[in-house]
Design a protein around this ligand. Structure first.
Ligand code: 5GP
Length: 189
């Protein structure tokens, strides 16, 4: 499909800092946009409906699946997360670079649907640092932290299937590395 090269899928285990990296990139390069996913998970401190996610009910999510409004979706740690068609197709048509920050299953589905998309995996500097960041958030229960750590191990095992890899030991430097990938893939140097 036209404009597939405008799609940049960013994954990495919970705690790798991918959201911070993408926000740093967008602050410096606002021409790069980001999709807002739909989710059924509860809002956390700092979440803003319609900005961090579209927070919707399970019934609403399942209705949207049936109506083919999602280009991909998954169940992650007990909640639905998905990318709305309206978040990607107009940008592809308009040639606007857009980042999707999604987990590994969704990334693989996007790559199948849009083979011209670029997948980028954000690695934490170490496993210890990953756990430290995850606990440092203070927003998750011990049980949820354990689930997320287990899931992190599974996701890291899939890093080799991604087109590009960046290590987040410094968010600003990592954001510029991501921007360099975007420019290269768009043919801008
Ligand atoms: P969190 O609950 O920490 O905001 O997100 C949990 C995981 O779901 C993260 O890895 C995040 O990237 C992923 N995620 C967020 N939105 C989507 C989406 O639309 N589709 C998929 N497949 N994963 C998503």
């Amino acid at each position: 499909m036209q404009g597939e090269n405008c799609l940049f899928v960013v994954s990495g285990p919970s705690g790798a800092g991918k959201d911070t990296v993408v926000e740093r990139l967008r602050a410096a390069h606002p021409e790069v946009q980001r999709t807002v996913s739909a989710t059924t998970r509860a809002m956390r401190q700092g979440d803003v409906d319609g900005v961090t996610y579209h927070f919707i009910s399970t019934d609403d999510f399942e209705r949207r699946i049936e109506q083919n409004e999602l280009v991909e979706y998954t169940n992650y740690c007990g909640n639905y997360y998905g990318t709305l068609r309206g978040e990607v197709e107009p940008r592809m048509a308009g040639g606007i670079p857009v980042i999707l920050v999604i987990e590994v299953e969704g990334a693989a589905n996007i790559k199948r649907l849009y083979p011209g998309a670029t997948t980028v995996f954000v690695l934490p500097p170490s496993r210890e640092e990953l756990e430290r960041r995850l606990r440092g958030r203070g927003t998750e229960s011990e049980e949820r932290i354990k689930t997320r750590l287990a899931r992190a191990g599974q996701e890291m095992a899939l890093a080799c299937t991604y087109d590009e890899h960046i290590v987040n030991d410094d968010a600003g430097a990592c954001a510029e590395a991501l921007y360099a990938i975007i420019r290269r893939r768009l043919g801008g140097g």
